[in-house]
Design a protein around this ligand. Sequence first.
Ligand code: BTN
Length: 165
Amino acid sequence: MSPARSTPGCPPAAEMVHATSSSLLLLLLSLALLAPGISARKCLLTGNWTNDLGSNMTIGAVNDRGEFSGTYLTAVADTPNNITKSPLLGIQNNTVYQPTFGFTVQWAFIESTTVFTGQCFMDRNGKEVLKTMWLLRSSVDDIDDDWKATRVGNNVFTRLRSVKE
Ligand code: BTN
């Protein structure tokens, strides 16, 4: 069989295949290099947040074990008159770009505790949103009242931007 000969302006089949696979390789390489920058901006818990009830919370730096602390100012409470900022303590999954997390708020102005669990999402517009569920444990004097001492609900948090931004 005689080898494929090129005619001017028309490369032989082998050369065309070679050129096509090289371009494909180049394309894949550029995509691999560019993709991380285009897609995944990691969802971060650190900062100021507000929720659908109007409560505000501030989360400090997350350490390399995923632990964080902060403060929570609830907009609603069983005793709404003396609400003060309360401490929170939490931990997040530190490896993925939309981490799951949990934190506990020990209410400073009333004998009750709330645990939140949720996930930090990047929404379709690139905005961070925390989808959470919570359990609020109130203190009851009598063990017979235990059945009514825990409430459950959900909150959605969005980032509070400072006026400078
Ligand atoms: C209490 O009333 O016992 C303490 C305050 C509880 C506030 C709850 S926690 C769940 C929900 N989300 C909020 O931001 N506030 C309420």
